[in-house]
Design a protein around this ligand. Structure first.
Ligand SMILES: [Zn+2]
Length: 356
């Protein structure tokens, strides 16, 4: 059965995760990972009548699902830090009293999204929560992140839903170091990340390809500062999509950050709203032909207007891939040199990407 429902998962606790709370410190700066990010997304989507997406409340994640990625001792330490009023967990990761609940719903939204997609209740979906997740190591909060929402969801898809092949595409401008680490030795999760280098957190070189059975299933695609639509879209069309066709995932999850946008204050890439639309369209069209449902999990994105517009562009791409792909970039646009190099490099593990 092919459902044509589109679902947008959210929860009010996301807004109660207060990164401006610095007990003992003067509130001198606005933290970039702020509650108004979600208001900006909601404003942009409501202006377009939610693009046909049904809004669904995210449940809190089951503790046993969460601890498949994050040890109970770490989960309890975050719970305690929040219950005692919060504060800084590292130089840029801040929690408030409500942050633990927010983090449980952020992970729970991603997990619920997996169920909706696999049960055929949604053909595409987006989990829009704070805090983000892809930097949160199993036992260490990092880079605004407490729990790795997308890794928890992917692990759930393997453990509880018995999938054998899950693809995670991370298009946040920062490398998804935690996701990279969690699935480093797995051949069941193909992790592909496009990220600016050099930039925080400094991981994700092209020669980090995974380890053991997972060798070749970690695909790092670093791009230089200044990279724009041409580079990013070409990497999706000419590297990520062919990888998906070769891997044949049963589910595709996107670490959907929007800080590669040209307006973003935290990085130096030049992706436009149109670029995010083209990336979502190309990926979604491939997913449609592979009969793999696709779901986005919000990561970064700190220019509020650009964030709202880019989420709209993503949901449009997810919900109308076939129509949109017909009008995608002209085929004669060619392969960006960085994508050609990546294909040559990856052909060692994925011969389908080699030159014919
Ligand atoms: Zn980021």
């Amino acid at each position: 059965m092919l459902a044509m429902a589109y679902v947008f998962l959210e929860h009010p606790t996301s807004i109660e995760h207060d990164t401006a709370a610095h007990p003992g410190q003067a509130a001198i700066t606005i933290h970039p990972e702020q509650p108004s990010r979600l208001a900006a997304i909601e404003r942009a989507l409501s202006a377009g009548d939610w693009l046909g997406f049904e809004r669904v409340l995210a449940p809190a994640v089951d503790r046993s699902v969460l601890t498949a990625v994050h040890p109970e001792r770490y989960v309890a330490s975050i719970e305690r830090a929040c219950a005692s009023g919060g504060g800084h967990l590292d130089v840029d990761t801040v929690v408030s009293e409500r942050s633990f609940d927010a983090a449980l719903h952020a992970a729970g939204g991603a997990v619920r999204m997996v169920d909706l997609l696999l049960d055929g209740d949604a053909s595409a979906a987006f989990s829009s929560h704070r805090p983000p997740g892809h930097h949160a190591l199993p036992s260490e909060a990092m880079g605004f992140c407490l729990f790795n929402n997308i890794a928890v969801a992917a692990q759930y898809a393997l453990d509880a839903r018995h999938l054998e092949r899950v693809m995670i595409l991370d298009w946040d401008v920062h490398h998804g170091n935690s996701t990279n680490q969690v699935f480093h030795a797995s051949n069941q999760v193909l992790f592909a990340s496009i990220h600016q280098s050099p930039l925080f957190p400094g991981t994700g070189p092209a020669d980090d390809v995974g380890e053991g059975e997972g060798t070749g299933f970690t695909v790092n695609l670093p791009v230089p500062p200044g990279s724009g639509d041409e580079v990013w879209v070409s990497l999706i069309e000419h590297v990520v999509v062919p990888l998906a066709r070769a891997f044949e995932p049963q589910l595709v999850l996107v670490s959907a950050g929007y800080d590669a946008h040209r307006d973003d204050p935290l990085a130096d890439c030049n992706v436009t709203d149109h670029g995010f639309a083209a990336m979502a369209q190309a990926l979604s069209a491939a997913c449609e032909s592979l009969a793999a449902p696709v779901g986005g999990v919000l990561e970064g994105g700190y220019a509020l207007g650009a964030l709202g517009r880019s989420v709209v562009a993503t949901l449009q791409g997810f919900s109308a891939p076939a129509a949109a792909s017909a009008s995608a970039r002209a085929p004669e646009a060619g392969v960006a040199p960085i994508a050609r190099q990546a294909r040559d490099r990856l052909a060692e593990w994925w011969p389908q990407l080699g030159r014919r």
